[in-house]
Design a protein around this ligand. Structure first.
Ligand SMILES: Nc1ncnc2c1ncn2[C@@H]1O[C@H](COP(=O)(O)OP(=O)(O)OP(=O)(O)O)[C@@H](O)[C@H]1O
Ligand SMILES: [Mg+2]
Length: 508
C-alpha cells in the first residue's frame, strides 16, 4: 500500500493524562482521511505531533515510506506537511499576503518582494478556488476567508499533505459547501488530506476512510463506503447515540425577554438589525434561524450589552436593560453562551476552576468583603466539571490546555448553572461531539422545563428543528416569519432564510 503518512504506535503524554496511547494512523496518497473521536479523545494532539509541535514519547512516523523525525513545524513544512489549526493563527493587523508569506518571504535585493508574493498568492487561489482579497487586512475579513488564508499559507509552503483540524466548525453551511469543493480540488491536484470533524454527514460525503480514536486509544480504521453515521457514532462514543432529542410540548408562561422596534448598527454604521421585535417567554425555546450575516450576531450583541443599539428597547421581566453594560445585563439575569469562545467565553491563561466563576466570583460564597474564597470556587468548579463531563486533568489546568470541545462544555456548564431567567445560546454545540451534543440538548430542554426562557442561535437546521418550540426566521435585519418546527420542513426554512418566501407570524 502506498502510504504518504504513517504514524505508528504514537504515545503522547501531558501532565496527568495520556493524550495519545499507542495510536496508529496510515494515510494513503490522494485520499481524504477522517480522524474521528470524542472531545478530548486526542485528535488535535496527534496532529500536532505530526506537524512537529509536540514530540511523542514513543512511536514512529514515516513520510512517503521514509522514517522521519519531525522536530518542529519547519521540518514538517519541508516534508510537505501543512496544518490548518482549530483556532487560527493569523496576525490580525497584517494583510492576507503578509500572513501567507510570513516567515518565507520572497526577497529582492534584501527587501521583501511583495509583488512576486501577491502573484503567487493569486495563482494558488485561482488553481484551488480559494477566493481571497490579497490586500485586505485579516481583521476585516470573514472567518471563512481567514480559513482560506490559512489553507493558502500551507500551499505557499508547498504542502502535499494537508491537515484540517475541525475546519467546518466555524463555517456557515454555504462556506462548508465551498470548503468541500476546495478539498476536492486539492485531491484532484494530487494532495492528500487528513480531516478532523465531528459532523458525520461530512465524513460520509467527502471522506474515503476514517480512523476512530476513543479516550486516547486507536479503535480502528473503516472504509467510509462500508459504514454509516450510526456505526461511526457508536464506534467513537462506545455506546449507541440517539440523533434526535425527545421533548414534551412547551408550557410557555410570561414574557421574559421583550425586544421592541430595535435597531442596531455595525462598526461601519450599517443598520444590521432593523426595527426588530421579538418576545421569548419563560418555559420556551425560541430558535433564531437565518443565513449568517443577517443581523443575528448584532441582535445578540445588543441584548447582551456587547453592542449599543441606536433605537428601540429591550426588557427583561418587564425591566429595561437597553444599552446596559455586559456586567449589568448578566446581573439582571441573562446567561450568554457566546459564538466566539476565545474572545468572550474564557480567560485562557486562568485555571479551568477560575473560569467557572467568571460572572459570579464577586458574589457569595465565592468572595466575601472583596476576598476570594478559593475553596468554594474550586468546590463549585469540581462539581460543574463532573456534571458537564468536562475532560481535564484537574481544575487547576489552564483553560488553554483543554481540547476545543471541552472548553465549550465548560462555558455551557458555567452559564447554565447560574440559573438565569434567560439563556442566550449562540451556536452552543459548535465543535462538540455527537454524545456531547445529545447531552447539551437535553440540558437546554431541562432548563426550559424549569421555566427558563431560551434564545437559540444556530446555523445547523437540524439543531433548530430539534430544539425549538418556535422558530423565528431572520433575514436582512428583520424577523420575516415565525414557524413551528412541527409545521415546517428544512426545505421551507431554507427558503424563508433566503428571503424568497415571506410569512407574517400567525398567518398559515
Ligand atoms: N498543551 C497541553 N497541555 C496539557 N494537556 C493537554 C494539552 N493539549 C491537550 N491536552 C489534553 O490532551 C487531551 C486530548 O486533547 P486534544 O486537544 O487532542 O483533543 P481533541 O480530540 O482534539 O478534542 P476536541 O474534539 O474537543 O478538539 C485532553 O485531555 C487535553 O486536555
Ligand atoms: Mg481538537
Amino acid at each position: 500500500m502506498d502510504y504518504v503518512i504513517e504514524m505508528l504506535d504514537i504515545r503522547k503524554e501531558f501532565p496527568g493524562i495520556v493524550a495519545n496511547d499507542n495510536i496508529t494512523l496510515q494515510v494513503q496518497k490522494g485520499e481524504i482521511h477522517a480522524l474521528l473521536g470524542e472531545n478530548g479523545a486526542g485528535k488535535s494532539t496527534l496532529m500536532n505531533v505530526l506537524f512537529g509541535l509536540y514530540q511523542p514519547e514513543k512511536g514512529e512516523i514515516k513520510v512517503r515510506g521514509e522514517k522521519v523525525k519531525i522536530s518542529d513545524p519547519n521540518v514538517a513544512n519541508r516534508l510537505g506537511i501543512g496544518m490548518v489549526h482549530q483556532h487560527f493563527m493569523l496576525v490580525d493587523k497584517f494583510t492576507v499576503t503578509e500572513n501567507i508569506i510570513l516567515g518565507s518571504e520572497p526577497k529582492k535585493k534584501g527587501t521583501v518582494d511583495l509583488k512576486k508574493a501577491e502573484k503567487e498568492v493569486e495563482r494558488l487561489s485561482e488553481l484551488y478556488g480559494l477566493k481571497v482579497d490579497p490586500r485586505a487586512k485579516i481583521r476585516d475579513i470573514s472567518v471563512g476567508m481567514q480559513q482560506r488564508v490559512e489553507i493558502l499559507k500551507t500551499l505557499y509552503r508547498g504542502a502535499e499533505i494537508l491537515i484540517f483540524d475541525e475546519p467546518t466548525a466555524v463555517l456557515t453551511p454555504q462556506e462548508i459547501k465551498e470548503l468541500i469543493e476546495i478539498m476536492r480540488a486539492l485531491i484532484r491536484e494530487g494532495k492528500s488530506i487528513i480531516l478532523i470533524t465531528h459532523k458525520l454527514k461530512e465524513i460520509m460525503q467527502v471522506c474515503d476512510r476514517c480512523t476512530v480514536i476513543r479516550k486516547g486509544k486507536g479503535i480502528g480504521t473503516v472504509d467510509v463506503a462500508a459504514t454509516n453515521p450510526t456505526e461511526l457514532a457508536s464506534l467513537m462514543v462506545g455506546r449507541e447515540v440517539t440523533f434526535s432529542t425527545d421533548k414534551t410540548p412547551a408550557n410557555p408562561k410570561d414574557v421574559t425577554l421583550s425586544v421592541k422596534d430595535l435597531t442596531v448598527k455595525d462598526a461601519r454604521q450599517v443598520e444590521m438589525v432593523k426595527n426588530l421585535s421579538l418576545d421569548v417567554k419563560a418555559g420556551e425555546i425560541v430558535g433564531l434561524a437565518g443565513v449568517d450575516g443577517n443581523g443575528q450576531s448584532e441582535l445578540i450583541e445588543a441584548i447582551t450589552g456587547l453592542r449599543k443599539s441606536s433605537s428601540g428597547s429591550i426588557h427583561l421581566n418587564g425591566k429595561p436593560i437597553t444599552n446596559l453594560t455586559p456586567r449589568k445585563v448578566t446581573d439582571a439575569g441573562i446567561s450568554h453562551i457566546p459564538q466566539d469562545r476565545h474572545r468572550f467565553g474564557l480567560v485562557l491563561d486562568f485555571p479551568v476552576g477560575e473560569n467557572m466563576v467568571l460572572q459570579t466570583y464577586n458574589k457569595k460564597p465565592f468572595s466575601k468583603n472583596g476576598i476570594l474564597n478559593y475553596k468554594e470556587i474550586y468546590k463549585k468548579a469540581e462539581s460543574l466539571i463532573k456534571e458537564y463531563d468536562v475532560r481535564t486533568p484537574s481544575v487547576y489546568t489552564k483553560a488553554r490546555a483543554l481540547s476545543g470541545g471541552n472548553q465549550q462544555k465548560a462555558i455551557i456548564g458555567r452559564e447554565v448553572d447560574r440559573s438565569p431567567d434567560l439563556i442566550i445560546a449562540a451556536q452552543p454545540t459548535r465543535g462538540l461531539d455527537v454524545g456531547a451534543i445529545e447531552f447539551i440538548h437535553k440540558k437546554l430542554i431541562e432548563e426550559r422545563d424549569k421555566g427558563r426562557a431560551v434564545l437559540l442561535l444556530s446555523f445547523e437546521l437540524d439543531e433548530i428543528m430539534n430544539l425549538s418550540d418556535r422558530i423565528a426566521v431572520m433575514f436582512d435585519g428583520k424577523i420575516v416569519s415565525e414557524v413551528k418546527p412541527e409545521e415546517t420542513t428544512e426545505q421551507e426554512l431554507g427558503l424563508l432564510m433566503a428571503g424568497s418566501k415571506q410569512q407574517k407570524a400567525g398567518e398559515q
